[in-house]
Ligand binder design. Structure first.
Ligand code: SF4
Ligand code: SF4
Length: 257
């Protein structure tokens, strides 16, 4: 996680294994779920809003802040901590994480952190992992050994990484966004397709979108209900509309849909 109580120490992931175990009997149980600057990915939001059975508009309104700073040229969405003295995560309880099965990728990865970069022309992102060895965390004193691969599998990180992969390629791309006058509009598109899936679905089905683009009928049907298919389609649409990539096929003239 990006920041929490106690001193944070970033260490290279040295050697083949690391020792760690988190369980209810550690004296620091749930202490790490506070004062976080936890940036959410599209798939994080999809899983959390569906877990909570609320729409993406409501999720964004209730649980997140939007961040615009010089770390990214695109808006990022951060989980909003409770306004209590400890600034705890809205989902932490005395029994632990109340959305555990649908917790965000950063929570799954912890106590590891990951730096990601994509290089134009290279397939796949370059990733570097490191330990986030916070002084208050007793998990490092436990005797359970993990390899990086074992940890990623055990915590379900791989599924999240695979589904967020296309989006990471977009936010780390150095490709031009084109003329400045279109930038604000492109930022709005990015926000909607990345974070506000219900609004994105309304946009697709409430506009002339399918008159303008060829979309396989089976996929079009799936986009009505399948949030994961919608999210992945949104990444293709963003590549097309932000960078002019040929990820969608425009209709040349009035054609049968
Ligand atoms: S052991 Fe570490 S990860 Fe587990 S509750 Fe304590 S601080 Fe959090
Ligand atoms: S989502 Fe769950 S695991 Fe993540 S910080 Fe909140 S309570 Fe902790």
């Amino acid at each position: 996680m990006n920041q929490s109580v106690g001193e944070q120490i970033f260490r290279p992931l040295a050697g083949d294994t690391f020792f760690f175990r988190c369980h209810r009997d550690v004296p620091c149980f749930t202490q790490c779920c506070a004062r976080l600057r936890l940036i959410l990915t599209p798939y994080d939001i999809l899983r959390m809003k569906n877990r909570l059975k609320i729409g993406s508009d409501e999720f964004l309104e209730r649980y997140t802040d939007t961040v615009m700073d010089n770390r990214s040229r695109f808006p990022r969405v951060r989980l909003k901590m409770r306004p209590d003295r400890k600034h705890t995560c809205p989902f932490v309880t005395q029994q632990g994480c109340s959305i555990y099965e649908d917790r965000p990728e950063a929570c799954r990865l912890y106590p590891l952190g990951r730096a990601t970069a994509t290089v134009e022309g290279e397939k796949g992102a370059r990733e570097r992992f490191f330990m986030v060895a916070e002084s208050h965390c007793h998990g490092f004193s436990e005797d359970r050994a993990w390899t990086l691969e074992e940890w990623m599998e055990h915590e379900g990180v791989n599924e999240f990484s695979a589904l967020n992969h296309g989006w990471l390629g977009i936010i780390t791309s150095s490709r031009s966004l084109g003329p400045r006058e279109y930038e604000a509009r492109k930022q709005q598109m990015f926000f909607m397709a990345s974070y506000n899936l219900d609004r994105f679905r309304d946009f697709l089905f409430g506009s002339a979108f399918f008159d303008r683009f060829h979309v396989d009928p089976a996929l079009r049907e799936a986009l009505k209900k399948d949030d994961t298919a919608l999210m992945l389609f949104g990444f293709d649409w963003l590549r097309f509309s932000l960078f002019g990539e040929k990820t969608l096929e425009p209709r040349l003239k009035k054609e049968d849909k």
